[in-house]
Every structure is written in structure tokens, then in C-alpha cells.
Design a protein around this ligand. Structure first.
Ligand SMILES: Nc1ncnc2c1ncn2[C@@H]1O[C@H](COP(=O)(O)OP(=O)(O)OP(=O)(O)O)[C@@H](O)[C@H]1O
Ligand SMILES: Nc1nc2c(ncn2[C@@H]2O[C@H](COP(=O)(O)O)[C@@H](O)[C@H]2O)c(=O)[nH]1
Length: 210
């Protein structure tokens, strides 16, 4: 009895669980998370990663990513500023401790959009997120989505497709993800994602009322 009360109290004090969205480049993670953040304003906060890749048209420094040089990133890693970092498609990416703390300090659900290497490294920490894999319906559809997005050179596209093949295989392994969502029909994928997160969403909404 006391243990149950204590554990409820502790989980309320600890704040909402973060959410890790992972899956192949082009599967639809950003599309889904942007929609979630728009519908549930004041509930989610995005963990703004660092990257050495160049900004895409329309992306903003400090909002989509912190765009940094390889040297600055390596220095930050050496200083212990990052929870995890990875090399993906010829660029460095990483989640800084500050980016997660900024969101958690506001008692929001922290969303991390990270690749499979990041997932494996986050599992070694005490972050305790809900792990969601967003998968495309097929390699053919993924390739079409990536090409239509017009953000990648042919070289970058091929590297991303290669990483996607590995990601799609690994996502089938039991125990890595709490849920795997196939993003075929966007409305269906979005409503499944909301169902998965509704408990945490409600917690934050209740806390915001008081
Ligand atoms: N269900 C869907 N049906 C059709 N197109 C989609 C669907 N979901 C996303 N898209 C489109 O596919 C493209 C890739 O989506 P998005 O950029 O969200 O992927 P991502 O997983 O965030 O990729 P990355 O990891 O490279 O940032 C976008 O142009 C997006 O509009
Ligand atoms: N391990 C990490 N992976 C990250 C991080 N931020 C983004 N990503 C992943 O990189 C790829 C490519 O992203 P893009 O914006 O260049 O298309 C994608 O799979 C992201 O999930 C991070 O901090 N750590």
C-alpha cells in the first residue's frame, strides 16, 4: 500500500516520461512529431540535437538543430556535454544533456528524434523513455518519400537507404521498442501514436490545470 503510494508520488515528482522516436530517415518521424507538438501545445518539448550537417531550406538554428562544426561537436563530446552521439550518413548527430534538461525543467514530455545507434546508447542511461519506432510501409515507398522531399544528394540518399535496410531489420527484434508504427496512412499512424502516448499526455495536461 505505502509502496504503491510512494511509487505514484515518485513518478509524479519525476515528471513525464520522455519519448524516443526512431526509424529510417524519411519514415515520417518529423511529420508526426510536428503534428503532435501542434495539437498538444504546452505538453511536448523537442530535444534539439546538435549536428554537423548543413541546414535544409526552412530549418532554423536552435529550433530544428544546433548546427555546429565537427570540431565543436568533438569538443562537446570530450567535455561530456552529450547523452549520446552518432555518425549518420557522413555527419555527426548528438543529444546534449542541456537539450533534454531544458525540456524536463518545464515538466514537458521530451521528444527525442534519434537514429538506432542513439536508441542503443539511450538504453544505457537512466532516461527511461517510451521507445517508438516509425517504419515505412516498404523500401520502395521510403525511397520515393526521400526523393520527393528533395533534401538529399544522390550519395546521401543511398547512404540513408542503406541505413534504413539495417534499421528496418533491427526494429523487428523484440525488446528494443515499446511499439513499432508503420507509417503508411498518415492519419492512422498519427492516431496510433497518440494512443501510445495518451497516458503521459493526460498527466501533463492534468498538471498544467493545477
Ligand atoms: N504517411 C505518409 N504518406 C506520405 N508521405 C509521407 C507520410 N509521412 C511522411 N511523409 C512525407 O515523407 C517525407 C519524409 O518525412 P519526414 O521528413 O517526416 O521523415 P523523417 O523520418 O523525419 O526523416 P529524417 O529522419 O530524414 O528527418 C516528407 O516529405 C513527408 O511529407
Ligand atoms: N543518434 C542521434 N541521431 C539523431 C539525432 N538527431 C537526429 N538524428 C537522426 O539522424 C538521422 C538523420 O536526420 P536528418 O535530420 O539529417 O534527416 C535521423 O534518423 C534522425 O533520427 C541525435 O541527436 N542523435
Amino acid at each position: 500500500m505505502y509502496l504503491r503510494v510512494f511509487s505514484r508520488l515518485f513518478s509524479a515528482m519525476a515528471g513525464p516520461r520522455p519519448v524516443v522516436l526512431s526509424g529510417p530517415s524519411g519514415a515520417g518521424k518529423s511529420t508526426l512529431l510536428k503534428r503532435l507538438m501542434k495539437e498538444y501545445e504546452g505538453v511536448f518539448g523537442f530535444s534539439v540535437s546538435h549536428t554537423t550537417r548543413n541546414p535544409r531550406l526552412g530549418e532554423e538554428n536552435g529550433k530544428d538543430y544546433h548546427y555546429v562544426s565537427r570540431e565543436a561537436m568533438q569538443e562537446g563530446i570530450a567535455n561530456g556535454d552529450f547523452i549520446e552521439n552518432a555518425e549518420f550518413s557522413g555527419n555527426m548527430y548528438g543529444t546534449s544533456k542541456a537539450s533534454v534538461q531544458d525540456v524536463q525543467a518545464k515538466n514537458l514530455i521530451c521528444i527525442l528524434d534519434i537514429d538506432m545507434q542513439g536508441v542503443k546508447n539511450i538504453k544505457k542511461t537512466d532516461l527511461n523513455p517510451i521507445y517508438v519506432s516509425i517504419q515505412p510501409p516498404s523500401m520502395e515507398i521510403l525511397e520515393k518519400r526521400l526523393r520527393d522531399r528533395q533534401t538529399e544528394s544522390e550519395e546521401s540518399l543511398q547512404k540513408r537507404l542503406e541505413a534504413a535496410r539495417i534499421d528496418m531489420e533491427l526494429s523487428k527484434e523484440p525488446g528494443i521498442f515499446d511499439v513499432v508504427i508503420v507509417n503508411d496512412d498518415l492519419e492512422e499512424a498519427y492516431s496510433t501514436l497518440k494512443e501510445v502516448l495518451i497516458e503521459e499526455i493526460t498527466k501533463v495536461q492534468e498538471a498544467n490545470k493545477s
